[in-house]
Design a protein around this ligand. Structure first.
Ligand code: PLP
Length: 469
């Protein structure tokens, strides 16, 4: 491509991204596409011959970029939405464009320093020790949990983890179980502790399990708490769990992938008391810190734990090892070749200022509370788990109806199915206390109360349809 061709190609890409940001609220958030429909569009042999670049681009813009749910859409309520921001999207374009290797100091001292600087911001934000603490950006929360658990196992067990036992609640995110399995723990080494009626780690059951394991000569070594469960937004009793871990000499990992950034809001901060006591903490800026995918993060109390767990000294890297004050992030985590994730984090904070993030997070928490109030005022809706951080769970259950639990489950499943089919909103179910419930995760600052009222009206329309047949 000539310089002019590259520019005009790039301008079209930027135009498309800007257009997406400007018009996304007016589009439908849900798309659908079966395997056969997608194959019809895309399946072909790898072409030997070139195609005109603009033709490929136009095909992609038209057929590919339009076939994904819009996770930044105000009515995208499900899973953990991804309300991204433009500055960070542009930062990602820069990192890809310059193809910066963010693994070793010597290859990119500015990228490494920027990761150190942004990590210091995060250590301070979460009350972790500034000098001794450390951390690393990862692809997401799953990778941060895995990195944290590798570190925990290395520090607490060394090479022999045959008797090591790990504790987590039945509301912990599935990525933790995945990480435990990847690490080679057997099923018998995992204790899934039931939660109480607020979906929090049950302390008594945990203490009993630890005592029983000790009696059997096993090694309780790690506890995974959650600061903002995916299902309900619930925060485990962090300070109490920290005390148990300290007394029992157990590694305290907190998965704050979903809820951690609530610490930036006056409303969220007190709820997260105790988060600073974690040995390792997962947070996930591509969730409630409005970053485009992929950026997760692991913070640790001692940066030496990371280098202890991950440093290798192959001969082909000896010339770029540098001196001890120069951090090679490939020695602090799993990846050697890493993209420059710190840049988008840095540029968005510099551009907007933390105050803007605090405002957005506070807005989200208040929006969830307002949604709960709205539901409670209606005789048709039952709140199943109250607005916690920014998640609220509810079901359609009109006062005085004669429906059985099974029928209520079917009704709420139907509502979700029809809402998603209408493509007007992405609202799916989860299961709490064996009941099928609708779940809203309201971390998008662009979502308004009107969006929520619209969606509830749509739900009621489908509910009434189903109840009259
Ligand atoms: N932990 C929690 C509590 C989550 O909610 C999620 C994702 O929703 C994860 C971990 C996994 O994070 P990621 O999807 O970024 O890998």
């Amino acid at each position: 491509l000539s310089q002019e061709d590259m520019k005009s190609y790039g301008y079209e890409v930027v135009d498309a991204i800007v257009e997406h940001f400007v018009t996304q609220n007016d589009k439908l958030p849900v798309v659908s596409g079966s395997r056969s429909e997608m194959e019809k569009l895309f399946l072909e042999e790898a072409p030997e011959e070139p195609t005109d670049p603009k033709q490929v681009l136009n095909f992609v813009l038209d057929k590919v970029m339009t076939k994904s749910n819009i996770v930044s859409h105000p009515k995208s309520y499900s899973f953990v939405p991804g309300p991204s921001n433009y500055i960070s999207a542009m930062a990602d374009s820069l990192t890809a464009g310059f193809n910066i290797f963010s693994g070793g100091w010597q290859a990119s001292p500015a990228a490494a320093e920027m990761e150190i600087v942004t990590m210091n911001w995060l250590l301070k934000m979460f009350g972790f020790p500034q000098k001794k603490g450390g951390g690393i950006f990862t692809s997401g929360g799953s990778m941060a949990n895995l990195t944290g658990l590798v570190t925990a196992r290395t520090v607490k067990c060394g090479d022999d983890f045959s008797k090591a036992i790990i504790y987590l609640s039945d509301q912990a995110h599935s990525s933790n179980i995945k990480a435990i399995r990847i690490l080679g723990f057997k099923k018998e080494q995992i204790r899934i502790i039931p939660t109480d009626n607020e979906f929090k780690f049950s302390l008594n059951k945990l203490k009993n399990a630890i005592a029983k394991d000790r009696l059997e000569g096993l090694q309780p070594f790690c506890l995974i708490a959650t600061a903002g469960t995916t299902n309900t937004g619930t925060i485990d009793p962090l300070s109490d769990l920290a005390k148990i871990c300290k007394k029992e000499d157990i590694w305290f990992h907190i998965d704050g992938a979903y809820g951690g950034f609530a610490i930036l809001s006056e409303d969220g901060k007190p709820l997260l008391k105790g988060i600073e006591k974690a040995d390792s903490l997962t947070i996930d800026p591509h969730k409630w810190f409005y970053q485009p995918y992929e950026i997760g993060c692991l913070l640790v109390k001692r940066h030496k734990w990371l280098s202890g767990a991950f440093t290798e000294r192959p001969e082909y890297l000896r010339d770029i090892e540098g001196n001890t004050s120069e951090i090679n992030f490939y020695d602090h985590g799993i990846e050697l070749t890493r993209r420059f994730r710190a840049l988008k984090f840095y540029m968005s904070i510099k551009t907007f200022g933390l105050t803007e993030f605090r405002k957005a997070i506070t807005y989200n928490i208040k929006l969830a509370e307002a949604t709960e109030s709205l539901l409670r005022k209606s005789p048709n809706w039952e709140v199943i788990s109250p607005a916690t951080l920014a998640v609220v769970n509810f079901r359609y259950n009109p006062i005085g109806n004669q429906l059985s639990e099974k029928e209520l489950d079917e009704l709420n499943q139907y509502i979700s199915h029809e809402v998603v089919n209408s493509k007007e909103a992405l609202l799916v179910t989860t299961v709490l206390n064996k009941q099928v419930v609708l779940r809203m995760c309201l971390i998008n600052p662009r979502t308004t109360m009107d969006d929520i009222i619209d969606t509830m009206n749509l739900c009621e329309k489908f509910a009434k349809e189903k109840m009259t047949v």
